[in-house]
Design a protein around this ligand. Structure first.
Ligand code: SF4
Ligand code: SF4
Length: 360
């Protein structure tokens, strides 16, 4: 009888055995920095993953806790001389944790089932939640809740979550951006624009600006009002099959052979969107298209750098600055493509960007 499928045991062994234990990644790792424990370091985690792949260890609750203690920031990848693909190992390790159910309990299952398994599988559901949150904020309920002291009666985790509630935009991308935005002047490219899930609720104004900049730089922009989540939330939380489902939906909605580029302006989404091929490896229908998709996905800064951005006519404010998040710098390597000549950033800013790559 064939052995049951295991994400780590069935992973390409050339990925599993790449680490040479040099330890150069340790100073970049925030969790190792906090505890100085080997098991909380990239090297320690990779050793645990390899032990499972080799059959020397079974996935346990302690292994699951360790995989979720990792922030997934991928700073370790920027320091690794061996080019260890920690991102792939990390996603498969979390998928192993979920497949084995070692962290399962009723509360966790309910929260994950609602959020990852239901809410983010259909963005209309997320929009309804966003609308409710907007009402909560605009009708003064949030102010009342925060100032009445009622939150002191709530569990600590709920208090923390409420304090982090972002401001919801008054209108979403589907209401603000036409499905087809023509290029200003001569059309040079035809691109698709991904408006995102949480990105759309919190930063739909940034989506509008992104489409405007693309159009001003010769791009016809296709922005369907109904879109899908990219699936990064699912892949980073071990929900491999749900992530695959969303990847297939995106490839179907934006056939890569019909666009010069597929644009994202959300760093975490972009780092996942560029790796659909490994997610859909072995899929007879989608793997080839996923390879083409990966080549077409571009972070907005990367794309503007590649096509040559038209410099803004108005002078930039001297304090204008930009800080890429960890996923742009660490997994997409898009920061290296920014330069004073390809982005509005000043050279002083560019120096700051290079220095900021190691950590969030
Ligand atoms: S992803 Fe971040 S937290 Fe996790 S091992 Fe690498 S550096 Fe450490
Ligand atoms: S830097 Fe790379 S090869 Fe060295 S211990 Fe870290 S992951 Fe392994």
């Amino acid at each position: 009888m064939a052995a049951p499928f295991s994400h780590l045991k069935d992973l390409d062994y050339s990925v599993v055995q790449q680490c040479m234990h040099c330890g150069l990644c340790l100073p970049t790792c925030p969790t190792y920095d906090a505890t100085k424990l080997e098991r909380n370091s990239p090297r320690g985690r990779i050793s645990l993953m390899r032990a499972i792949a080799d059959g020397r260890l079974e996935a346990t609750e302690a292994f699951g806790d360790e995989m979720y203690f990792c922030l997934g920031c991928l700073a370790c990848m920027t320091a690794c001389p061996a080019g260890v693909n920690y991102a792939e190992l990390f996603e498969h390790a979390r998928a192993e944790v979920e497949a084995k159910g070692v962290l399962n309990n009723p509360k966790r299952n309910a929260i994950r089932g609602f959020s990852v398994g239901w809410l983010f599988m259909d963005l209309n559901r997320l929009k309804v939640l966003g609308f409710a949150m907007r009402l909560y904020q605009q009708l003064g309920l949030q102010w009342l809740v925060r100032n009445s002291g009622v939150m002191k009666l709530m569990p600590k985790r709920l208090r923390e979550l409420e304090a982090m509630t972002p401001d919801i935009q008054p209108a979403l991308s589907a209401d603000l951006i036409a499905p087809v935005t023509p290029a200003r002047g001569q059309r040079r490219y035809r691109v698709a624009m991904l408006t995102g899930c949480a990105q759309d609720l919190i930063f739909s104004d940034v989506n509008v600006d992104t489409v405007e900049v693309l159009a001003r730089n010769g791009c016809e922009v296709i922005t369907p009002p109904e879109q899908h989540c990219c699936g990064s939330l699912h892949a980073h939380n071990g929900e491999w099959e749900l992530a695959q489902t969303l990847a297939r939906r995106n490839i179907d909605q934006f056939p890569p052979d019909q666009f010069d580029a597929i644009i994202t302006n959300a760093g975490g989404c972009g780092s996942h969107l560029k790796h659909y091929a490994s997610l859909l490896k072995g899929d007879l229908v989608y793997e080839k298209r996923a390879h083409e998709w990966d080549k077409k996905v571009k972070d907005i800064h990367e794309w503007l750098g590649a096509i040559g951005i038209e410099a803004p006519k108005a002078p930039l404010a001297p304090s204008c600055d930009a800080l890429p998040n960890c996923t742009i710098g660490n997994r997409q390597s898009a920061v290296s493509k920014w330069s004073p000549t390809t982005s509005p950033a000043t050279s002083a800013t560019a120096r700051k960007l290079r220095a900021s790559r190691a950590r969030c």
